[in-house]
Ligand binder design. Structure first.
Ligand code: SF4
Ligand code: SF4
Ligand code: FES
Length: 309
């Protein structure tokens, strides 16, 4: 009997979006419904291949009759909902999220869409003052909950710290980390089930850490790079890309993306090879492919050097 029901169209519910009545499938999130209606909505911690964690709150919308703003990425639509996506309260809240992030995190490699939203909302992180000097290597990793020294207000507190380069496969630059949890989810139950990384600390001292803050090669990490594949700010980056950026030779305009199939095993994961100067400089997998949903293993993601010889 259940086989007969598979594929039946979903019931539609009626929702009002910015004054327009629309019919959307029951069970969709507000974000899916808004995108289906062509209403652009900023997101940072949301990704199609991960379970929503509601960490960033940049996607919030106003739902009539509800005390707090609702995260569009995870709130399901309900019959009769009245939603405002561009009210003063929504714009102010999104602006504050982006502004506080931009004042404390290096967003220089965030995608153009996020930079576009920052311009739209008039984000002005400079009003928090000049950035505080970066922390020494490992200093943020050693902070204990409840021992945070409040800043004196003359400078903006930041998460700036030296880059962690602990192997030849990928680089961790937590000065660019917005704590979106995507890497934690990809390393954990959404993909890899390795749980090599988690969020340690509290409040402004919260950071992504390995267990007991050991170096990555000594941790449970299996170097699948699924965390790298989902990071929205360039905080996690293949070493091949990082080296080129450091030497000023990362040239997106001279890159081609070639689709192929991983030949290491019979699973046949789809690969997207970013190629520059006839060399593979980065490997990803499409988020919307049934086999990988964007995730790979260490061989598919990083095992490309032999191709160049
Ligand atoms: S490379 Fe894979 S195993 Fe290692 S931290 Fe990233 S997601 Fe976890
Ligand atoms: S390292 Fe990247 S993916 Fe992980 S929490 Fe920070 S910004 Fe998000
Ligand atoms: S994108 Fe919705 S809470 Fe982050």
């Amino acid at each position: 009997m259940s086989a007969v029901l598979v594929g039946l169209p979903k019931r539609l519910v009626t929702v009002e979006v910015d004054g327009q009545s629309v019919r959307v499938p029951e069970g969709q999130t507000l974000l899916e419904a808004l995108r289906g209606q062509g209403v652009a909505t900023p997101t940072l911690c949301y990704l199609e291949n991960l379970a929503p964690v509601n960490a960033c709150r940049v996607c919030v919308v106003e739902v009539a009759g509800q005390r707090t703003l609702a995260p569009a990425c995870s709130r399901p639509v309900e019959e009769g909902m009245v939603v405002a996506t561009d009210s003063p309260r929504v714009r102010h809240s999104r602006k504050m999220v982006l502004e506080l992030l931009a004042s404390s995190v290096d967003l220089s490699l965030a995608d153009d869409e996020i930079k576009g939203w920052m311009a739209t909302y008039g984000v002005a992180p400079e009003r928090y003052g000049p950035p505080a000097p970066p922390a020494a290597a490992g200093e943020r990793d050693r902070r204990r909950a409840g021992h945070h020294e409040p800043p004196d207000g003359s400078v903006a507190a930041t998460v700036a710290q030296p880059v962690k380069i602990q192997d030849d496969l990928y680089v961790r630059d937590y000065s660019k980390c917005i704590l979106c949890y995507k890497c934690v989810e990809a390393c954990g139950e959404d993909a890899q089930n390795t749980f090599a990384i988690a969020v340690a600390g509290r409040g402004f001292d919260a950071r992504i850490a390995t267990e007991f803050d050991v170096e990555l090669p000594d941790s449970a990490c299996v170097y699948c790079g699924n965390c790298v594949g989902v990071c929205p700010t360039g905080a996690l980056m293949p070493k091949s890309e990082w080296d080129l950026r450091q030497s000023g030779q990362w040239r997106p305009d001279d890159q081609q993306v070639t689709e192929t199939i991983c030949s290491f095993c019979g699973v046949g994961c789809p690969l997207e090879l970013t190629v520059q100067d006839n060399r593979i400089v980065r490997v990803d997998s499409p988020l919307d492919h049934d086999i990988t949903r964007g995730h790979l293993c260490v061989k598919g993601r990083f095992g490309f050097e032999h191709v160049q010889h």
